[in-house]
Every structure is written in C-alpha cells, then in structure tokens.
Design a protein around this ligand. Structure first.
Ligand code: FES
Length: 369
C-alpha cells in the first residue's frame, strides 16, 4: 500500500542508516515472511528495498489540462534505473484501493536527481484526472520499468528539428533541456528548432521556459484558437519555416502529426515518437470464449482488448501505457488466436506472449492470467 508521508528530513545520517537497514540480508531473514519493506515503509513509505517508489515533492498546475509533478525517487529506483531523455517510466498510483499503472515520459534533463512528469488530462482518463485533481506534496507513487527508443543518439546531430503535439512535448522537453545543459546550440552551425502544437495558448505547456531557452528557435501552432506563429495544421511550410534541411528530426505526438512530418522528412531523417497508431475500428465481438486460466474466469468475447475485458471481469492485471508500448501487460497466451490492433499481427501458436492491452481474441482463447 502507498501511504502519504509528512517525513521531511533526509539528512546524511538518516540516509546512511536507511542504506544500512535496507542493505542487510540478515534483516530480511528476521522480518520474514513479509520482508523488510513491509516494516520500513511504516517509518517512511519510500524506504523500500524491493519496490521502486517516489515521493511527490512539488505539484504545479500551470495549464487547465495538465499537472506537473516533481518526484524524488527512492534509492531502489536510482540505483537500478537510469532514465535517458525521451524515455518513459511506469508510474503506479493507488485509487480506491486498486493500483493503476501508466507510462509517462519525464521532462527533466538527463541526469537530474528528481523526475519531472507533466501529465495531460484526458477526458475520461482515470489516472490522469486523479493526478490532476488529487496529486499533492508528500504523496507516494510507485515507479517501475524504464524504456523506450525515442532517445538522442550518443553522437549528437548538429542541426536538430523537434516537433511535438499536445502531451508529446514532455520527451522533447527532456531532450531540449539535456542539449542546452550540454551547451549544444552554443557553437556555429549547431542549431535547434522546435515546433509545438497545442489546442490553445493556455494549453501550451512550458511556454515561458521555451521562450527563454538559449539558442532554441521555437514556433507555436494553435490548432483550435489560431493566433500562433504557424497557421493551420503541420505541413512542409511549417517545418521549413522552423529549420530547412535539418540533420535529424524528432517528432512526438498524435499519429496524424507523425505522418505529416514523416511525409515531408522521409524515413531516413525522421525519428518517430513512441505513440502508435490508435486502433480505429469499433470493437467486433468474435463470439468466442476468453478463459483467464490462472483466475478460473471465463467470459464471452465482446470485441474489446483482452486487458479491458479482464478488468471488466474483476481482474487486475498489471498495465502501463495501454497502447502497446511498454510491455507491462504482456501475458502468456496458452491457446487460441489473437490479433494485435496496433501492428495487425495475428498470433496463432500456443504459448505465445502477447500484449493484452492491444490484443483482441479471434475465437476462443486461453490467457495465463
Ligand atoms: S500496458 Fe503497455 S504494452 Fe500493454
């Protein structure tokens, strides 16, 4: 269980004590069967050896549809994970006694001690709305798996164009902050341009900071209100206005934005975001039976992804992005056929691992869940 804490003093002595306590194998033996974490978390919820957690140390609501959280991760996270600019982390919150996991890309520069997450509020989004309305200092959240290939190459390109839409701004902010910290735009010929699309100026995150970033040319497009630097939807003229002939392009946002940039730049130049194409077709029930064999639960397929059907049946499988990115939801399909809504791939062989958040049954199917 994550609990709230009012513990404020880290302190060198306290940190050393915590490390000694958590590092002791003997203590695990003495505290069995529950392990040391169940006891140390009573002192402070982030004093856990087995679970990576973080305390919310700052909360800012700078736009009507987003909340920016600063997280101080515990030693379990920092000693086992290094987050590169552009990657995502899985964040778990407890809502009404149930844990829910989603993945978010931190916006902080690479190597910063704390993580900064800016969470965009989605209509009907359980976790994003919970964080927008309820996140507060002292709240403790779970952290797990770091991943994603949307990262800067080790050898930094000289002329880089970034494009983002909506909440796709967060991994781009991490890259911009990292490059500026490294002094990237400071030399002749090394340039950075950034095109960002938001619905209105009020919804554009990080506007003030972007205006002050040294050496970065920033252009805003407002898709609902108009009135930005760019008129209309993303197209070749927007990209050319920002930076003609860049060495590398990074784009993160809705599928339509990625497609527009890809058409202009070509696959050799563009690095795509992690946002996959959204499934467009309405659910089509196969009429088959889904057996969640570990839980001894049977349901009739209604056409939705297996994850949603499992949840509707009262099960609580782990999940993260719910978009086929993070693999948190991967489960063993022991029999039957499923189709991946993102890739279109059809799995017919038994004992295949499938991402249940984006997989739908094709007839009867058995899932080890
Ligand atoms: S929850 Fe991330 S891939 Fe399914």
């Amino acid at each position: 269980m994550f609990t709230q804490t009012t513990h404020t003093s880290g302190g060198t002595l306290a940190r050393a004590f915590r490390k000694r306590v958590l590092g002791s194998d003997l203590l695990d033996l003495l505290t069995g069967p529950h392990g040391v974490d169940r006891y140390t978390e009573l002192v402070a919820p982030t004093w856990t050896r087995g679970e990576a957690r973080a305390k919310v140390v700052d909360v800012r609501r700078t736009t009507p549809r987003s909340v920016t959280l600063t997280l101080a991760p515990n030693d379990t996270f920092t000693t086992t994970h290094a987050v590169k600019a552009g990657q995502y982390v899985n964040l778990t919150v407890e809502i009404d006694g149930r844990r829910h996991t989603r993945c978010y890309s931190p916006a902080n520069a690479e190597g910063a001690g704390n993580l900064e997450l800016t969470v965009g509020r989605h209509d009907g989004g359980l976790v994003s709305n919970y964080l927008y309305h309820r996140a507060r200092r002292g709240m403790v959240v779970g952290l797990s798996g770091v991943g994603g290939d949307f990262v800067l190459p080790v050898r930094r390109p000289r002329r880089i164009l970034f494009v983002s839409g909506g909440s796709g701004i967060t991994p781009v902010m991490a890259m911009l902050r990292t490059l500026v910290t490294e002094g990237h735009p400071g030399t002749p010929g090394a340039e950075i341009a950034f095109v960002h699309y938001a619905r209105t100026p009020a919804e554009a995150c990080y506007r003030d900071e972007l205006a002050a970033l040294p050496g970065v040319r920033v252009l805003h497009g407002y898709t609902r209100s108009g009135g930005g630097d760019l008129v209309g939807r993303c197209g070749p003229e927007h990209l050319a206005a920002a930076m003609p002939a860049p060495d590398a392009v990074f784009v993160c946002g809705p599928t339509a934005l990625i497609e527009a940039v890809r058409q202009h730049c070509g696959p050799g130049v563009c690095t795509e975001s992690f946002v996959p194409p959204a499934p467009e077709a309405p659910p089509v029930a196969s009429g088959g039976r889904i057996t969640f064999s570990d839980s001894v639960v049977d349901v009739v397929d209604d056409g939705r992804p297996l994850l949603e059907q499992a949840e509707s049946a009262g099960l609580t499988p782990a999940s993260g992005c719910r978009m086929g990115i993070c693999h948190t939801c991967t489960r063993r399909k022991t029999a039957g056929t499923v189709r991946n809504l993102v890739t279109g791939a059809v799995s017919t062989v038994p004992d295949d691992d499938v991402q249940i958040c984006v997989s739908v049954p094709v007839g009867d199917v058995d899932i080890a869940l």
